[in-house]
Write a protein that binds this ligand. Structure first.
Ligand code: PMP
Length: 307
């Protein structure tokens, strides 16, 4: 998880600025109504320390635009401008031996109820350990993921994370590191900040976005890695009770990466996780450029930009 950090620099109002300068007015819709859309982007050092690469930046930009479109937030930044802003920040933030997680947010700074809406592109980058995630215990929350006609899960906006916060608080009291949210039909939607990967009979199964999961970039990557590894990959609705009897369970997300689950509620899962372990190994071999894979769509930081 991202530790609370106060990075020296952020990208705010069109350029790199000291952390303290990045403030929003209480009258802005960003603060007033929690109006924003955002992305979390991961950057990894290659295994030999020779290069630092961002994962699927174009896909993150595309999803940011889709979230903004659904909330009627104009996006006057082209992909090149977005990429240049990311590059500028990472060039001052990246340190040897530490990966990074970049949160790219469009905060609505002007406008009222959808009239004259104007957003600012802000970027904040956090240092991350280079170690692979360790197994966690999780629970199923009593809180539910909203559906497509209430707070659409497909929109990556902070307001969607109020229920995630409630679920995390609930889970912490029960000793769980993460919680699964069911949808309003009582089936599995997703974790509070990642998607569900369940293995049964050798196949990787994940609930589709119509069940209340975000259109996850990591899940798409996992699908492509599975195709290369000859592992069946299925998107279908998942019942809660399937989680308790499954062979393997894990989280998939940009920040969660591929995190194994050891227990869910009162149910212990098998100690061996051959399928998810294989996918995790292939994922890290790809992001570290030990064994590249096109699904990661890596783009280097510090090269070929601004020319
Ligand atoms: N669901 C939620 C609620 C998330 O916040 C995330 C993290 N962005 C995901 C799923 C996984 O999406 P991705 O793989 O694109 O990071």
């Amino acid at each position: 998880m991202v530790q609370l950090q106060r990075p020296a620099w952020v990208y705010f109002d069109g350029r790199i600025r000291p952390f303290e300068e990045a403030v929003l007015h209480i009258s802005s819709e960003a603060v007033y109504r929690g109006l924003n859309v955002f992305e979390g982007v991961k950057g990894y050092w290659s295994h030999d320390g020779a290069g630092f690469n961002l994962v699927a930046l174009a896909r993150h930009y595309a999803r940011l635009r889709e979230s903004a479109k659904l909330l009627h937030i104009p996006v006057p930044w082209t992909f090149d401008e977005f990429e240049r802003a990311c590059q500028e920040l990472l060039l001052v933030m990246v340190e040897p031996g530490r990966d990074m997680w970049v949160r790219a947010t469009l905060y609505v700074v002007e406008g009222h109820w959808g009239v004259d809406t104007r957003a600012d592109l802000t970027l904040i980058a956090y240092h991350q350990p280079m170690s692979a995630p360790t197994p966690i215990s999780v629970g199923v929350s009593t809180w539910q993921r909203a559906n497509d006609v209430t707070v659409p899960p497909r929109i990556k906006t902070s307001t969607n994370y109020q229920v995630a916060r409630l679920a995390r608080i609930e889970g912490r009291r029960q000793g769980h590191a993460e919680m699964i949210l069911l949808n309003t039909a009582g089936r599995v939607a997703e974790f509070t900040g990642a998607c569900v990967l369940m293995v049964r009979n050798g196949a990787v199964i994940t609930p589709p976005p119509s069940e209340g999961a975000l259109e996850s970039i990591t899940v798409d990557i996992v699908g492509e890695l599975c195709a290369s590894l000859g592992i069946d990959f299925i998107r279908r609705p998942v019942d809660r009770t399937e989680l308790y009897i499954c062979d393997e369970l894990g989280e998939a997300g940009t920040l969660a990466e591929l995190t194994p689950v050891i227990s869910i509620d009162a149910y212990r899962l098998p100690d061996e996780r051959p399928v998810l372990d294989e996918i995790q190994r292939r994922f890290f071999d790809a992001v570290r450029l030990i064994d590249p894979h096109p699904a990661l769509q890596l783009s280097p930081v510090g090269l070929d930009v601004g020319r």
